[in-house]
Design a protein around this ligand. Structure first.
Ligand code: NOJ
Length: 578
């Protein structure tokens, strides 16, 4: 074999260092001042293991099921999978109540399955991000069993206890508790323990350095296995003022403001970064970004050595049963973009396992517009600045579940709130109507693989009912149709991967006051793309002053888009401006 020439070696080294190997069209010239990172250029596909694919027929998705679908995931073009929790858990909150952080949930398989999964992902060039659930554990975790056993137990300080002889502790709000009371009395030691989520999710005491060390060791355990990142669940609530002062009257339930970003949270994150994150090539993302841009920057600015990204809820929270205003959505996304234009990095998302379905909340899930509006929303997510997080099933345009009875639901939050409404003597029909739009279970029904029984998800009885529309909305049918939402998603991902301008380029909102259309440009080093989106079920026109006569259409959900800004219902177009 011939020896490689010096220029060849230099060129290869350059490509490898800049990460542009095999993607020369993406290489940036020396005018660029962008700080390139793989996690900025990634498209993250969020996978809900319980509902993705069941291999052993018990009705619950599992790791072997995911392994059997790795080629499908690869075919999407995404480069990172964020897996919801797969650790041992009694499943009070579908794995967000961990009883052993170093073992795999029995329903999902074994550690050997996990190793095979990770290997299979890496072999396909896909990275794996794990959920790290350490604001709380399960009450069935050994730490908690020890902690509750006596006041003198060495694990007592791993959790927050309030001895009952001091009287009832100052009120703390619980998101999932039937009474929204975060203190649970435990007669065994005559004390209350704290749980911001369900009673089976006691909050861990981050003020205890031993507990923190345990968490860092757990993180190292997974990082040593070769995983590529952590999503820190509910982490903004981890630090607490352990004197538990009473909150000002009227603010006791003001969750993000009074419960988030407290105490020495940033100190703990810097410690975590120093001991774990900085030692591995892993990405880190926090669920929640605090109350202000300052909070968000404090979490993610590179010079602070805490995390890479956080995701803020302001955008995803906009959609309500009564609808939402596009002007509102544009202003929220634009203001977050501008706050991070010079420093820090954003996550961009509109759906996940804690939300109802993307198309049902932000688009239009009627048969006429479901596919079109799904594609339009996909275009939006793939063309914004920030790392897109895309939830499994949205690439098919899966819709809300259509449940009508409380017996259909499985989610602890939905069920406990139903019980609370019942205790209060409230109108339960009204509640059922509300949850048919917003329950988290809407986004958790099984992935619709094909038109066979149970959508090809399981040969058994699914843990939650499959959406009745699976015969028409499923991956197999969409594979065959070049114009399907699935194939559109693939094209949109590819467009992002082929155009660094969509990752790093400057974002400018156009036609700001237009209530129907969202128009913006992305610009980097002389390359300029224009994105036009119609969020309505009627024709609308985006006024941009941009001459489109020479523009090239890079992506669109209709044939032959106009060249004058007129958009058909839910039309999406990405133009390259010449
Ligand atoms: C946020 C997670 O996304 C959600 O699913 C979970 O219920 C809570 N944190 C508690 O862990």
């Amino acid at each position: 074999m011939n020896k490689p020439s010096i220029p060849f070696i230099i060129a290869m080294t350059f490509f490898m260092l800049t990460g542009t190997f095999g993607r020369a069209q993406n290489s940036l010239n020396n005018k660029d001042s962008v700080d390139r990172k793989w996690w900025k250029e990634a498209v993250v596909y969020q996978l809900y293991p319980r509902s993705f694919k069941d291999d052993n027929g018990d009705g619950i998705g599992d790791l072997k099921g995911i392994i059997s679908k790795l080629d499908y995931i690869k075919s999407l073009g995404v480069d990172v999978v964020w897996l919801n929790p797969i650790y041992s858990s009694p499943n009070d909150d579908n794995g967000y109540d961990v009883s052993d952080y170093r073992d795999i949930m029995k329903d999902f398989g074994t550690m050997a399955d996990f190793d095979t999964l990770l290997k299979g992902m890496h072999a396909r060039g896909i990275k794996l991000v794990m959920d790290l659930v350490v604001n709380h554990s399960s009450d069935e975790h050994e730490w908690f069993k020890q902690s509750r056993s006596s006041r003198n137990n060495p694990y007592r300080e791993y959790y927050h206890w309030w001895n009952a002889e001091k009287g009832k502790p100052p009120y703390r709000y619980s998101l999932f508790d039937v009474n929204h009371d975060a203190w649970r009395y435990d007669s065994l030691t005559n004390a209350y323990y704290l749980h911001y989520f369900s009673r089976k999710q006691p909050d861990l005491n981050w003020e205890n350095s031993k507990l923190r060390q345990e968490v860092y060791d757990i993180m190292k355990f997974w990082a040593d296995k070769g995983i590529d990142g952590f999503r820190l669940d509910a982490f903004q609530f981890a630090a607490k003022d352990t004197t538990f002062p009473a909150f000002p009257q009227g603010f006791e339930k003001n969750f993000t403001q009074y419960y988030g970003m407290q105490g020495n949270l940033h100190g703990y994150l810097q410690e975590m970064n120093n001991q774990v994150l900085s030692k591995y090539n892993v990405m880190s993302v926090a669920e929640g970004a605090g109350n202000t841009f300052e909070d968000a920057h404090n979490l993610v600015d590179a010079d602070r050595n805490e995390l890479n990204m956080a995701y803020a809820f302001e955008g995803v929270d906009i959609a309500k049963p009564e609808g939402y205003s596009l002007l509102h959505l544009k202003s929220v996304f634009s203001k977050w973009d501008s706050a991070f234009a010079a420093k820090g990095w954003l996550s961009v998302f509109l759906a996940n396992h804690d939300q109802a379905r993307l198309v049902s909340r932000f688009g239009n899930d009627s048969p006429q517009f479901r596919a079109l509006s799904s594609k339009m929303l996909t275009t939006f997510l793939m063309t914004m600045r920030g790392t897109p997080y895309y939830y499994n099933g949205d690439e098919l345009g899966m819709t809300n579940a259509g449940f009508t009875k409380i017996e259909d639901y499985r989610d602890v939050q939905t069920l406990n709130e139903y019980q609370r409404q019942k205790n209060l003597g409230a109108d339960l029909q009204k509640y059922l109507q509300r949850i048919s739009f917003e329950s988290r279970d809407n986004g958790r029904t099984p992935f619709q693989w094909n038109s066979t029984g149970n959508a090809g998800f399981t040969k058994g009885k699914p843990w939650i009912t499959v959406n009745a529309n699976y015969k028409t909305i499923n991956a197999a049918a969409q594979e065959k149709d070049p114009a399907s939402t699935l194939n559109y998603f693939r094209r949109a991902v590819k467009l992002r991967k082929d155009n660094l301008v969509l990752v790093y380029g400057k974002y400018s909102l156009l036609d700001k006051q237009n209530p129907d259309t969202y128009a913006f440009t992305r610009e980097l080093n002389g390359k300029k793309l224009l994105v036009l989106l119609n969020f309505k079920d009627k024709t609308a026109t985006a006024q941009t002053d941009i001459n489109l006569s020479n523009a090239a259409v890079l992506l669109g959900n209709y044939d032959r888009p106009s060249k004058d800004g007129t958009l058909k219902p839910y039309e999406a177009v990405v133009y390259e401006l010449k």
